[in-house]
Design a protein around this ligand. Sequence first.
Ligand SMILES: *Cc1c(COP(=O)(O)O)cnc(C)c1O
Length: 367
Amino acid sequence: MKKKFLPIANPDIGEKEALAVYKVIRKGWISMGKKVDEFENNVKKLIKVKHAIYVNNGTSALHCSLLALNIKSGDEVIVPTLSYISSANAILYCGAKPVFCEVDTKTFNVNYDLIEKKITKKTKAIITVDLKGQPVDFDSLKKLGKKYKIPLISDSAESFGAIYKNKYVGSQLPIHTFSFFANKNITTGEGGLITTESGILAKKLRIIRNQGQDKRYNHIELGNNFRPTDYSAAIGIEQLKKINKVIKEKDKIAKIYSDHFVKQKNIEVPYLPNYVTRPSWYMYCLIFRTNKLRNKVMNALNENNIETRLSFPPIHNQPYYRLRFKNLGKFKQSEDIFDRFLDIPCWMGMGIKNIKRVISIIKTTAK
Ligand SMILES: *Cc1c(COP(=O)(O)O)cnc(C)c1O
């Protein structure tokens, strides 16, 4: 008999969300309206940030942010190559050039030194990424931004609900962007969010979100339609109530995994720097000694009907980027890490039996 399928992620979405959507539809106002305001206010209260702007997805959140910073043709924007395609594509949408950056071998995120090497006169913004839901060292990067007077955007798509030095991620860098796609810790189906402490930026972001209008049919910026729907915001309001419950349980599962795998010589468990109070555990990722071993474990899990994920391939190696740009450089660490990474199931409600099943298969295969 085929074993029951164990997915890599599983959104916790049910009756409350269904009812919330029903109510919005029955009211008759389904495009951006009161529910969007309410969702933004609830987010602001939770993560203690001055401004929150809800948009239609995480990619739009990045694009909108770069537009608000006036990024344009001729500009360079630094971004880690080990990220989801959106982090770099948003730069191309603005006509600017992505300058790829290597990641640290321990945190798999960028740091001060790695980014500083890439700064030129043309650098007009820096995008950092909280890979797997682990925040970068915001304080140190903020210093870098101040030193060179370059604005920073944190692609925090994966770290909503994570805690950096006892404070929720979202107010540390000038701009943070988030995603509420279906496999993130909380979801609105499709949805994104921008947070900032700056009133000037917030105002501009809202104008750009809504076709560049400051008032109806008066377009003072080249905006776009980055507007979300009111019924997705209604889902967000319900989902937001669960964020801590979701992450607390993922944190428990992650600890069980790490306690087991830390003893295994062929496996590295996620490294948690001191500045990370709590990652969001968007994905729990193991690092195997070799690519061969990673593949062997992946196959063993898949044969047992347990879903796994390879991470995002480094962006500089994506066919479109190879074709469009001649010399993007080599990024050995990112390539090597990508070859040895494996995300394994870690989600609220997966149950101790499944956790043990995953552990036992990995332990016997990775000996
Ligand atoms: C999910 C994700 C995004 C984009 O989010 P969408 O809502 O799918 O557009 C951007 N960056 C990273 C790192 C992500 O993981």
